[in-house]
Design a protein around this ligand. Structure first.
Ligand code: THU
Length: 135
């Protein structure tokens, strides 16, 4: 299996393509899917600020649109001393396509890294199970 360090390196590379002229905050993400493929993404901002999208979701959209439905792990890289975590929206998106033990690896450019289980990052998730319980 692809090592965490390799996934972090791919997220770092993806970060270089970030389009972040408004925040100057560049983020890269790399996903290892259960079929062994890797998908990367960067944040893409827009002059209409609210259209901007995070690196994690770009990577997820690429994975899902190419037929990968299960995320084994995702690395997120930004240039911050305190490791940058996914926003709430991205946590929900990761959960939608998470497997049993999906890992979220946060890293920065100094070589610091920390790994979380997605359940730690979104402890009370809304998901398809609630839709089955509609009354
Ligand atoms: N951003 C991400 O791409 N991922 C994160 O985990 C946090 C925030 C982006 C969104 C926006 O383009 C910029 O960082 C500042 O919020």
């Amino acid at each position: 299996m692809l090592k965490d360090e390799e996934l972090i390196e791919l997220a770092m590379e993806a970060r270089r393509a970030a389009h972040a002229p408004y925040s100057n905050f560049s983020v890269g993400a790399a996903i290892l899917a259960s079929d062994g493929r890797v998908f990367t993404g960067c944040n893409i901002e827009n002059s209409t600020y609210s259209l901007s999208i995070c690196a994690e979701r770009v990577a997820i959209f690429k994975a899902v649109s190419e037929g990968a439905r299960e995320l084994v792990k995702i690395a997120v890289v930004a240039d911050t001393e305190n490791l940058t975590p996914p926003c709430g929206c991205c946590r929900q998106m990761i959960w939608e396509f998470a497997g049993n033990d999906t890992e979220v690896i946060l890293a920065n450019l100094n070589g610091d890294a920390h790994k979380f289980d997605i359940r730690e990052l979104i402890p009370q998730p809304f998901d398809a199970r609630f839709l089955e319980g509609v009354r």
